[in-house]
Design a binder for this molecule. Structure first.
Ligand code: TRP
Length: 337
């Protein structure tokens, strides 16, 4: 039996934070070590163009994200690690898929619907105001990412399940018209993976501006942790760990025994200041080694560039032949054949 193939991408906007690490980077690094699965990981840099037109921010974020994956030990011998924009077959497949994807399907994509709802809320006469075709057809680009490599399993957060289902739908339509060329993918959502809260207690997310970046210098990291919102219980008063952001973050980085010990400290009425200091020391202990590697990589981006180009070469061993098949299945190309 052939190995299951996992694929996932990270959009290159913003600086990787604790929530990204726990939710996506840590599981991806772990599966990159597994010989029993094939894995494909990539920087979704075309996706970032949907959200921002800031060229230097895009480059900076691409560097930070690549350095983060590598600093945590992504196994790039086993996993294929590449940059989306190094694979010219992806935009080519995107167009083919665009021509079979139903517009009505895209109308239902939640990012587009949210943008329309936002316009309506603000009383705009044009519900599509400010919405680009990039945002509208973003699920098709994502479908091309997935279908290009015949991936079966797509580890994603809940917000992305809809997109993986759209990729399935689009693949099935393509196959219906042109034969069984594309593999239908399936989203994999790991319920054991924690979704972390941010400084203000809402979900940690770059769009809420409440994140704790992974590789801040220790002093900055401490300062951010000190800012995490808590309730106003006094030292000595018993506290409830469940629902507490400090506890939740601690637990995501701790063993079961360490977690139980902290639960007890809550019951004993640990002071918030003390708990914050402990969380800082715990995180700093875990992050200091990868932080060093991260800083080395950020100082030498040519190392990352070489790794990404080697990854693109491997990725294209899949994408080039698939596109040859698809071109001929569609009726493009050589007139003499
Ligand atoms: N859209 C995904 C996100 O914002 C990133 C992404 C792009 C992706 N292409 C993908 C994820 C393909 C999984 C598979 O999180």
């Amino acid at each position: 039996m052939s190995k299951p193939r996992y694929l996932t991408g990270i959009t290159t906007t913003g600086t990787p934070h604790l929530g990204n690490y726990v939710g996506a980077i840590r599981p991806a690094v772990a599966s990159s070590q597994e010989q029993s699965i094939d894995s494909f990981y990539f920087l979704a840099d075309y996706h970032s163009l949907i959200k921002s037109y800031d060229a230097s921010a895009l480059k900076q974020s691409s560097k930070e994200i690549a350095a983060t994956w590598l600093a945590f030990g992504l196994n790039t011998d086993n996993a294929v690690f590449y940059r989306q924009s190094d694979i010219p077959e992806i935009p080519e497949l995107t167009w083919m898929l665009t021509c079979v994807a139903a517009k009505g399907l895209m109308n239902r994509a939640h990012a587009y619907k949210a943008a329309v709802a936002d316009n309506e809320e603000h009383g705009e006469r044009d519900a599509d105001k400010g919405i680009t075709m990039g945002l509208f057809s973003y699920p098709i680009l994502m479908a091309a990412d997935i279908l290009m490599f015949k991936a079966n399993k797509i580890p994603v957060g809940r917000d992305q399940i809809q997109h993986v289902e759209m990729a399935r739908d689009i693949a099935a339509r393509f196959n219906h018209h042109f034969g069984e060329h594309l593999v239908l993918p399936e989203a994999v959502v790991d319920d054991n993976v924690a979704v972390l809260n941010g400084l203000d207690g809402r979900k940690m997310s770059k769009s809420y501006n409440n994140t704790i970046p992974l590789f801040e210098p220790p002093k900055r990291l401490r300062k951010l942790i000190m800012k995490i919102k808590t309730n106003s219980l006094e030292p000595g008063e018993p506290k409830q760990p469940d629902g507490c952001t400090l506890f939740q973050i601690f637990r995501a980085f701790a063993t079961a025994e360490q977690t139980e010990a902290v639960r007890q400290l809550y019951a004993d009425g640990i002071a918030w200041g003390e708990m914050k200091q402990m969380l800082f020391e715990h995180l700093d202990g875990i992050l200091s080694e990868p932080r060093e590697r991260y800083e080395e990589l950020m100082a030498k981006p040519e190392i990352m560039e070489d790794i990404l180009l080697a990854g693109a070469e491997r990725a294209r061993q899949y994408s080039v032949p698939l596109m040859q098949d698809l071109r001929s299945a569609i009726g493009l190309g050589d007139l003499a054949k």
